[in-house]
Design a protein around this ligand. Structure first.
Ligand SMILES: Cc1cc2nc3c(=O)[nH]c(=O)nc-3n(C[C@H](O)[C@H](O)[C@H](O)COP(=O)(O)OP(=O)(O)OC[C@H]3O[C@@H](n4cnc5c(N)ncnc54)[C@H](O)[C@@H]3O)c2cc1C
Length: 419
């Protein structure tokens, strides 16, 4: 262990070794932040992938479309990563946390002592469990390797079955269509992205994909995967139909990588539970990103946020908290998705109790929906309306009442809305 003590704002932190487990986006931001805040002690970043921290959103978009190199997703340029002066341990899964001894154990038998630990272990793609899924080649999409392998499947004349009409499934469908493949999306629920958007947006997404020639089957379960007469995979649908295709992609959600934390006795509930300082039930262990279940005042409950914005901001917050700097992490959720020429963004958490005010109409190329409590915007969702959404974000954060009639009038600039 090194003896250096942190200086500057962190001089009172009795920490000589900080270990980050999980070298994804949150882990990468935590590492940068520790150094930016003046931590000069030993910093170890452990990841079970071979790549330094990278951003995943392009994996279902430009990288999958073959329009961007995987290296373009890297969070930091190689020289900037090098300049962090950290120990980078790639390809090493951490197997166990001994909280009593404050020591990590790796699958290869190595151990590593820590003073503070930041868990940024993200999640893994949920796999299909229907009969035959284990014998068929079912793609999932979480890593650079997944994207490169899936990209091989997309070309004119190939048919792709996408199981799951959530964000990943729909982005994959859009990219596959752009690459000329025939695409069918099979969704078990009655509408697209049912868990995250209201019905009018599901309808908009349905229309968008139909316009681009995607076949969408809603309310349909898969009961098995077999090999068709021509040797291609054949999906058996619960309604009795069979769908033969060249490739299958499952976009059926994420399983948080909280096994390490659960095994170590940390409080977990569908992810690692943290407080608004990103601290787990052990005061020396913090968590951030997709794996963290965080109190969210905007939703009125604890929740996990699976988003680029949260991975960055919570990675920063957890690093600051590990250095005993003041932190209150209560993020306004922000998520975006790109499909064809549509950029969709969501700020906040739309609730059924909210009153909806519309600017433009779903189905138009550009529109926005605002979710209000009394005259205060609590959440906003827009397609190709980035500028309006930026203003909405400010209004949400300021909790300022708005003139609702003017909000609904697309000719009134959002900047002039405060009542
Ligand atoms: C294809 C795709 C497209 C997306 N598009 C968007 C988008 O358009 N907009 C948006 O807002 N968000 C999007 N997201 C979500 C966003 O990318 C994630 O929220 C973000 O990557 C989460 O970062 P993280 O660091 O928490 O987790 P991850 O990026 O998953 O990183 C966790 C890392 O920890 C490693 N790890 C796990 N367990 C261990 C262990 N025991 N030992 C060592 N290492 C371990 C994992 O292998 C992984 O490398 C997308 C995600 C995907 C997969």
């Amino acid at each position: 262990m090194h003896d250096e003590q942190p200086r500057g704002a962190t001089a009172n932190v009795p920490t000589s070794t900080i270990v980050i487990v999980g070298a994804g986006q949150a882990g990468g931001w935590a590492a940068q932040t520790l150094r930016n805040e003046g931590f000069t002690g030993r910093l170890v970043l452990i990841g079970d992938e071979s790549h330094p921290p990278y951003e995943r959103p392009p994996l279902s978009k430009a990288v999958l479309a073959g329009e961007a190199e995987p290296s373009s997703t890297q969070l930091l340029r190689p020289d900037a990563f090098e300049a962090l002066g950290l120990e980078w341990w790639p390809d090493i899964p951490v197997n166990h946390i001994d909280r009593h001894a404050k020591r990590l154990e790796m699958t290869d038998g190595k151990t590593l002592a820590y003073d503070k630990l930041i868990l940024c272990t993200g999640g893994r793609a949920r796999t299909l469990t229907v009969p035959g899924a284990d014998r068929a080649r079912v793609h999932t999409l979480r890593t650079i390797g997944d994207a490169l392998s899936l990209a091989q499947e997309f070309r004119p004349g190939r048919s792709v079955a996408v199981i799951g009409g959530g964000w990943i499934g729909l982005e994959v469908a859009a990219t596959a269509r752009q690459r000329g493949a025939e695409v069918t999306v099979i969704e078990a629920q009655g509408r697209l992205c049912e868990r995250s958007v209201p019905p009018e947006i599901s309808e908009h997404l349905l229309g968008l994909h139909a316009t681009h020639g995607v076949h969408i089957r809603l309310g349909v379960h898969i009961s098995g995967i077999a090999r068709g007469a021509d040797g291609r995979p054949a999906l058996t649908l619960a309604d009795g139909d069979t769908l033969t295709c060249d490739a299958i992609v499952a976009g059926v959600g994420l399983v948080p990588n909280d096994d390490l934390a659960r095994d170590a006795g940390l409080d977990c509930d569908g992810g690692i539970i943290v407080d608004e300082r990103c601290c787990t039930s052990d005061p020396d262990i913090f968590a951030a990103g997709d794996v963290a279940v965080t109190p969210n005042p905007w939703a009125g409950r604890r929740m996990r946020l699976e988003s680029w914005h949260n991975a960055q901001e919570q990675g920063i917050a957890a690093a600051r908290a590990a250095l005993c700097l003041p932190v209150v992490y209560q993020p306004l959720p922000w998520f975006w998705s790109d499909q064809y020429d549509m950029n969709l963004q969501i700020y906040g958490v739309p609730l059924p109790s909210h009153r909806i005010v519309t600017r433009g109409m779903p189905g138009d190329n550009s529109f926005a929906l605002f979710y209000l409590e009394d005259d205060v915007i609590k959440a906003a969702l827009g397609a190709n309306a980035a500028r309006d959404l930026r203003f909405a974000r400010r209004l949400i954060e300021q909790s300022k009442p708005v003139d609702v009639k003017r909000l609904a009038d697309a000719d009134v600039p959002m900047g002039k809305l405060s009542a």
